[in-house]
Design a protein. Structure first.
Length: 57
């Protein structure tokens, strides 16, 4: 069973991950001169930018 403090940390982590994702999308749009407000240019990003790349160590 998790404590309230652990649940708060889980929600806090989810919030920061979502905020980071939003900033990365805005930066990618800015770099390609696409609209950045409210991620309006996200659907215009090329596949090279939005495709997840797996790295090999």
């Amino acid at each position: 069973m998790s404590t309230p403090e652990q649940r708060d940390r889980t929600w806090q982590a989810a919030h920061w991950i979502n905020a980071l994702r939003d900033q990365l999308i805005a930066l990618a749009c800015l770099r390609l001169d696409l609209p950045t407000a409210y991620s309006k240019g996200a659907h215009l990003l090329p596949d090279e930018v939005t495709t997840h790349r797996q790295t090999v160590n």
